[in-house]
Ligand binder design. Structure first.
Ligand SMILES: NC(=O)c1ccc[n+]([C@@H]2O[C@H](COP(=O)([O-])OP(=O)(O)OC[C@H]3O[C@@H](n4cnc5c(N)ncnc54)[C@H](O)[C@@H]3O)[C@@H](O)[C@H]2O)c1
Length: 448
């Protein structure tokens, strides 16, 4: 990265240091809202942008729609000047704009950048000289420079251009991946190093200064593409290793070896091994999706990302494996899926969070229904599960009062509020996909 000591950088740093910088965050979701609150807690004036008028209204009324963000945190931020808006014209008043909108896959399993392009087209008419635009949405290498920058260039009526390389004037553009781990409070957000890569040296320096004002360590890389690829490497590493343990779990079951005992023993090695855990399949907005952004981009280079495809195959098959194991367990008890009453315990994609996106529970419920089972669910984070991008369940949360009435209880998400010993005691059959019943010895438990 070239050194940058341009005027816009000096002015920007001064505004950051004096907390005069006005920060705009686009996308008030799981990533954008906590980031907005973090900047606000550091004394910055923050405006949140979202196209969802109901979210904007909730935030401006001091409310929250994300379980782990308490209304008190919103109220605190409001006192420091935080407000939300749907009006993109307000982008003009921001010193920096951070974009945190969704990047899902479309029905053909290809990147759907429409949220990013829609956002960039909407902000382009309002950008100004020296403003820093940062993309945080996870995406394939090249998006910032090949998609975002040209749309900004084309969409600004004043002819303002994105600064590239050593250029010091223009609008400054960078990429900085989000590394939040929802539900994991073991690391202070400020201690998670922040990777930044700018389209120009000035953009890199400005992004480093911006994040340096809240994160304890900033890691500059030479380009937005390197920053984009860094995020994908992290998530692909996770996806591939989860697939590996999911495959080994299936082998261990056949060999009558406890995979969890093996992982616990292996992780005592002080180097060269990081523990990953098997489960009913992948969920969330990141691990099941992001790797395929790279697979798609790789095709442009006539390259096949075989590890990603294989990991995808193994992980996608896990809910089907759970169904096979359940069928075998019911069969042993002289029962079939048809007409069986099944309770799915936990529908969130992972423990202690209120996020259903891509959750394996959705596939498991759908498969159980197809086989003729009567399915109910319980999850402390969801009073009902209606309709989403890829599901239409129309279920309300069942009580845990009469567990004995179910032919099988399948633990899909191991929320920490459940009393597993009591669940085993009262249920007829417990199919445990998360090792939530470890330490409990009962013939009613089938671990898979
Ligand atoms: N959730 C995570 O744990 C996590 C972690 C790391 C990275 N990411 C990445 O961060 C990005 C955002 O994810 P998220 O989980 O916060 O998504 P989300 O769905 O929770 O939030 C996105 C928000 O953007 C809003 N939005 C959509 N289009 C918009 C537009 N044109 N203008 C303004 N607002 C718009 C939506 O209404 C929503 O409130 C994704 O690229 C994701 O891959 C997410």
């Amino acid at each position: 990265m070239k050194a940058a000591n341009a005027q816009p950088l000096i002015g920007f740093k001064q505004k950051l240091e004096s907390r005069q910088a006005h920060i705009g965050i686009v996308g008030m979701g799981y990533v954008g809202l906590p980031l907005a609150l973090l900047f606000s807690a550091e004394g910055f004036r923050v405006t949140g942008f979202d196209i969802a008028a109901d979210k904007v209204a909730t935030l401006n009324a001091g409310g929250s729609y994300i379980v782990r963000i308490l209304p008190a945190a919103i109220a605190e931020a409001q006192k420091a000047g935080f407000r939300a808006t749907t009006d993109y014209a307000e982008i003009a008043g921001m010193d920096t704009v951070v974009i945190c909108v969704p990047t899902p896959l479309d029905e053909h399993h290809e990147p759907d950048l429409s949220y990013v392009t829609g956002t960039v087209q909407a902000i382009a008419p309002h950008i100004h000289e020296g403003q820093l635009i940062v993309l945080e949405s996870t995406t394939y290498p090249g998006t910032t420079e090949e998609v975002v920058a040209p749309l900004l260039d084309a969409g600004n009526p004043g002819g303002l251009k994105v600064a590239r390389g050593a250029e010091e004037t223009g609008v400054q553009v960078a990429f900085s991946p989000e590394r939040e781990d929802p539900g994991n409070d073991s690391v202070d957000r400020r201690d998670i190093p922040k990777v930044v890569g700018g389209a120009s040296a000035a953009a890199s320096a400005m992004a480093a200064a911006l994040y340096g004002s809240i994160f304890r360590r900033v890691v500059p890389v030479s380009s937005p593409a390197a920053a984009e690829m860094t995020k994908l490497l992290e998530n692909i590493y996770r996806c591939v290793n989860i697939a590996l343990v999911n495959e080994l779990k299936q082998l261990c079951l056949r060999m009558d070896i406890d995979i969890h005992e093996v992982i616990d023993a292996a992780k005592t090695k002080p180097f060269g091994f990081q523990a990953f855990y098997p489960g009913p399949g992948l969920g969330g907005h990141c691990i099941p999706i992001d790797p395929f952004y790279l697979s798609w981009k790789a095709r442009e280079f006539d390259f096949r990302t075989r590890f990603i495809e294989l990991a995808g195959e193994v992980n996608t098959a896990m809910p089907y494996f759970v169904i096979e194991q359940m069928a075998a367990a019911l069969n042993e008890r002289g029962k079939a899926f048809k007409g069986a009453k099944v309770l799915v315990l936990g529908v969130a994609y992972k423990r202690d969070i209120d996020d259903l996106r891509e959750s394996p529970s959705l596939t498991i419920i759908e498969l159980l229904r197809k086989k003729g089972a009567e399915v109910a669910y319980n999850d402390p984070f969801f009073a009902k599960v209606g309709r989403g991008r890829k599901y239409d369940l129309n279920l309300t949360c069942a009580s845990l009062d009469h567990l004995e009435q179910y032919d099988a209880v399948v633990i899909v998400t191991d929320h920490s509020s459940y009393d597993y010993a009591q669940i085993v005691e009262r249920a007829q059959l417990v199919v445990d996909t998360r090792n939530a019943t470890r330490g409990i010895d009962s013939p009613k438990i089938v671990r898979c």
